[in-house]
Design a protein around this ligand. Structure first.
Ligand SMILES: Cc1cc2nc3c(=O)[nH]c(=O)nc-3n(C[C@H](O)[C@H](O)[C@H](O)COP(=O)(O)OP(=O)(O)OC[C@H]3O[C@@H](n4cnc5c(N)ncnc54)[C@H](O)[C@@H]3O)c2cc1C
Length: 471
């Protein structure tokens, strides 16, 4: 009998799961399952969205993915779009430290300085340099168990200033979280391993073969797509529909119930009930807890995986209306950077869009994107677009000498990024055990890593498990 699978959530993880279930690169065989994807939003793809800005197709959500991981490139290739891949054309970035922009030092290992010189180059104080030197020669003792916060490790070993001015903007920014909450075991496993080894953190993080030198990059660090990364979900949807996968949008799943007879599950929306042998929940953990928490306490505990919302402001300037550093992909602004008149800056990062992706460049113009919002900074959500743009433009005046932009666009991502707090791995393991107990499957960025390749991998891996269990 044909296996019927419902995938709840049409973000990248859900779509990738459906792709794998419907045969992956080979396409559906004679025993292919019947697959239905149900997505609450009017479109698939979650934050992946491209739109027209300044006469160009620009990403309003994620604009590039880590090339080192193969999963996104592989999927794009399977979809026949390898020729649309665009490698990033710039490298490096600047930090806003001491009211000036300094190039991020080269001797960092995933955001943590590995030499005393790197701390000096980042423009940090003599205290921070001393803390680095102390770590090299007289490292502070630190006991870590199964997990610890990134902040606790870095603050103990390298002091508060390095933590706040280098590590927080580089690592905390990736998840719009706080390094004092984020789990080293899941966000940055090499850091936990280095801390466990004891001794100097900087020495432990120095790549052995290339100590003191920066390794030659083997290829581009990031890829995007010519029509924006936001064009990937519609491509995937089209390919799935061609294969006979039913993709429903603008329909929220309201309940997942055990069936009394026939297929194991009934997946309910306001107007429909779909019977299914298998249900893959590719929804954010909080939504999953709401839908199936009543079936198992460990699934209910997923409500604890909160999410940090964020907003982005795209801006078009005339070149002579701002002064950018000569190189790099953007600027990182440490949290707590004071803002005039009190409070702190809202901008956490600035992306030089048309330097990263040269197909967006136009003579005499510059496209920037400002990022605002962290887990504990939701000021953007209380501002209307005009107020948010005005504030960002004022801050860009200080950061890069910007005048008035010629055009702006705001995108808001209230669902934002899952927070992998200390103990996240254990929480996910228990939830997956709970899901297996009741016969459900969990996929997506709440569990298996944040980022485009990780979400694709998560969806496809779960689909492979489902297919293997059937065979
Ligand atoms: C602002 C922002 C910038 C980012 N930038 C980058 C970047 O530059 N590079 C990178 O690699 N990654 C980036 N990411 C991360 C990346 O976008 C995510 O890891 C990935 O898109 C998550 O995909 P997902 O399928 O796991 O989750 P989601 O995309 O969140 O999909 C879950 C889906 O479930 C749906 N859903 C929820 N409840 C229900 C329900 N009851 N019924 C039906 N559907 C439901 C939601 O509407 C959503 O579409 C960024 C994320 C954000 C928010």
């Amino acid at each position: 009998m044909t296996l019927s699978v419902v995938v709840v959530g049409g973000g990248l993880a859900g779509l990738a799961a459906a792709w794998e279930l419907s045969g992956g690169p080979k396409g559906p065989g004679p025993d292919a399952p019947r697959v239905e994807v149900i997505e609450a939003a009017e479109r698939v793809g979650g934050p992946l969205l491209a739109g027209t800005f300044a006469g160009r197709t620009v990403d309003l959500g994620p604009d590039g993915y880590l090339a080192r991981r193969p999963e996104a490139t592989q999927l794009i290739t399977e979809l026949g779009r390898a020729d649309d891949l665009v490698p990033i054309a710039a490298s490096g970035a600047s930090l806003y430290v001491g009211a000036r922009l300094v190039p991020i030092p080269r001797s960092l290992s995933l955001g943590v300085p590995t030499t005393v010189d790197a701390v000096r180059e980042a423009g940090l104080s003599w205290r921070a340099r001393w803390a680095a030197r102390r770590d090299w020669w007289w490292p502070a003792p630190l006991e870590v168990g199964e997990d610890a916060s990134i902040g606790r490790i870095v603050r103990t070993k390298l002091g508060d200033e390095i933590a706040a001015k280098i590590v927080e903007p580089m690592i905390g920014g990736i998840q719009a979280g706080r390094i004092d909450d984020l789990s080293a075991a899941t966000v940055f496993p090499p850091l936990l391993a280095a801390a466990r080894r004891g001794g100097s953190l900087m020495k432990a993080l120095t790549p052995p073969a290339t100590a003191g030198a920066s390794p030659a990059p083997a290829g581009p660090a990031f890829y995007s797509l010519r029509d924006g990364l936001g064009s990937l979900p519609p491509t995937l949807r089209g390919a799935l529909e061609e294969r006979g996968v039913l993709v429903r949008t603008g329909v929220a799943v309201s309940a997942v119930r055990r069936a009394a007879t026939g297929p194991r599950w009934l997946v309910e929306t306001e107007a429909t009930v779909t019977p299914a042998d298998v249900v893959i929940l590719a929804t954010p953990a909080v939504a999953t807890a709401q839908l199936v928490g009543a079936l198992d306490d460990d699934l209910a505990a997923l409500a604890r995986v909160d999410r940090a919302g964020a907003a982005m402001v795209a801006l078009r300037f005339r070149d002579d209306d701002l002064r950018l550093p000569p190189a790099g992909t953007g600027v990182l602004v440490p949290l707590g950077t004071p803002w005039r008149g009190g409070g702190t800056m809202m901008t956490t990062a600035l992306t030089f869009l048309d330097r990263k992706w040269p197909h967006l460049a136009r003579e005499g113009e510059t496209l920037l994107r400002a990022h605002v919002g962290r887990i504990d900074d939701r000021r953007w959500s209380e501002m209307d677009d005009a107020t948010l743009v005005a504030r960002v433009v004022e801050e860009l005046g200080v950061l890069v000498g910007a005048g008035e932009p010629r055009e702006t666009a705001v995108s808001r991502w209230a669902e934002g990024l899952a927070q992998y707090r200390v103990g996240h791995a254990a929480l996910v393991e228990r939830a997956r055990t709970g899901a297996a107990r009741v016969g459900l499957h969990l996929a997506g960025s709440s569990y298996d890593g944040v980022g485009v390749p990780a979400s694709i991998a998560s969806g496809r891996d779960i689909a492979r498990e489902v297919l293997a269990a059937r065979d």
